[in-house]
Design a protein around this ligand. Structure first.
Ligand code: ARG
Length: 389
């Protein structure tokens, strides 16, 4: 019997996929990755077994997610189309890495997932698996099975006693991890409509957020956040904490019509309070510590880096080469940034760094000015020289 390792979420699609794969003659092994989605995995595991899986792997990948994916993306300043901190996109290569690992352990020849044929995630999982082990086959049930609607899947699940939670009326499609939440479908497909409050899970509406601002201080060493409000904190816990604090102040929402890999535009909303706060703090610190040319060049690298993550090309030579560039820029990125959180807005409120390139004696308009203004005249002449007609 051919073995398949299925990326299992516990939802209707992947639960039906277990039974569907079994009927196609596969032995189904489920893999569940804990990326900080805050779920209780016990009922999920029970559901997988009840649906017909022979084995269920549950792996806590949060630390690896933080250290090997979130930190490099934060250092790189990777944000897709200016608004998306890439939480979902960053999680996929890690999940795929472990699907491949479990496949090797179980001597399975096939990998499977519950992604549809219209999304980015199928690409990310399959490209990664193909890079890590090209000999593995892929079966994507949702691209080929006969069900045309959610109702038909529910029918199928009922007929085959696949335990599903149909009481939960599914209004949106949600993907959640430590770095953020992606929410789409339902009313969000209507571009003329503001996202309803019930679409958001962890952020309060700015209108309802506290009337007084909150200040947080993040300290970095070489581009990595190490302290919150002066206290050393493990980054995973810092992210958890900032998601709560930022969420309370309505920080980290974004609403994006994005360009998908498969050629369509789609509307998705995101909640990423910690990513927003840490991303801004990191950018502010770079503004203080990087020289102009490095900073400007790095902006173009950020753009490409975000595209590569979005495109499923985490394990690509270019992403790895860019990581080396980014890493060398982070040597100087040490210091502390104070931020103000208020009514959905996160803004800088204080900056300091031992590597600061800001020299007050040069920029001041006060009496301590040491800038030699006479030099400017010659500089301007030479600067304009190539353009003299
Ligand atoms: N659009 C985002 C991406 O491609 C998120 C995809 C998953 N979204 C979801 N709501 N299930 O990375």
């Amino acid at each position: 019997m051919k073995k398949v390792v299925l990326a299992y979420s516990g939802g209707l699609d992947t639960s039906c996929a277990i039974k569907w794969l079994k009927d196609k003659g596969y032995e189904v092994i489920c893999f569940i990755a804990d990326l900080g989605q805050g779920e209780n995995f016990e009922p999920v595991e029970a559901r997988a077994l009840a649906a017909g899986a022979t084995k269920v792997y549950i792996k806590d990948l949060q630390d690896e997610f933080v250290n090997d994916f979130i930190v490099p993306a934060l250092k790189a300043g990777a944000v897709y189309e200016s608004k998306y901190f890439l939480a979902t996109a960053l999680g996929r290569p890690l999940i795929a890495k472990y699907l491949v690992e479990v496949a090797h352990k179980e001597k399975a020849q096939v990998i499977s997932h519950g992604c549809t044929g219209k999304g980015n995630d199928q690409v990310r999982l399959e490209v990664t698996s193909g890079i890590l082990d090209p000999s593995l086959e892929i079966v994507a049930p949702l691209r080929i099975w006969e069900f045309k609607s959610r109702e038909e899947e529910i029918e199928y699940a009922k007929k085959h006693s696949i335990p599903i939670d149909v009481t939960k009326k599914k209004v949106y499609s949600i993907d959640r991890n430590l770095w953020g939440i992606s929410i789409e479908a339902g009313i969000l497909e209507d571009l003329e409509t503001e996202p309803p409050e019930d679409a958001y899970l962890i952020t309060q509406s700015p209108e309802k957020s506290p009337e007084k601002p909150k200040y947080v201080e993040v300290s970095f060493v070489k581009g990595v956040p190490v302290k919150l409000d002066g206290k050393s904190l493990d980054l995973k816990n810092m992210i958890d904490k900032l998601n709560v604090i930022g969420g309370e102040y309505g920080v980290g929402r974004s609403d994006l019509v994005e360009n998908r890999l498969v050629g369509i535009k789609s509307r998705e909303i995101y909640e990423a309070p910690a990513a927003t706060i840490l991303g801004m703090a990191h950018k502010e610190l770079e503004a203080l510590t990087l020289d102009r040319e490095t900073a400007h060049f790095k902006d173009s690298v950020s753009l490409k880096y975000a595209e590569l993550i979005y495109y499923g090309l985490w394990y690509s030579p270019l992403r790895e080469a860019l990581e080396c560039f980014v890493e060398s820029t982070q040597e100087r990125v040490t210091g502390t940034i104070k931020l103000k959180l208020f009514k959905g807005v996160c803004s800088p409120a204080g900056r300091k760094s031992p590597n600061s390139l800001y020299k007050k004696e040069l920029s001041t308009y006060g009496k301590d000015d040491t800038f030699d203004q006479k030099l400017a005249e010659g500089f301007i002449k030479l600067w304009a020289l190539p353009y003299k007609r």
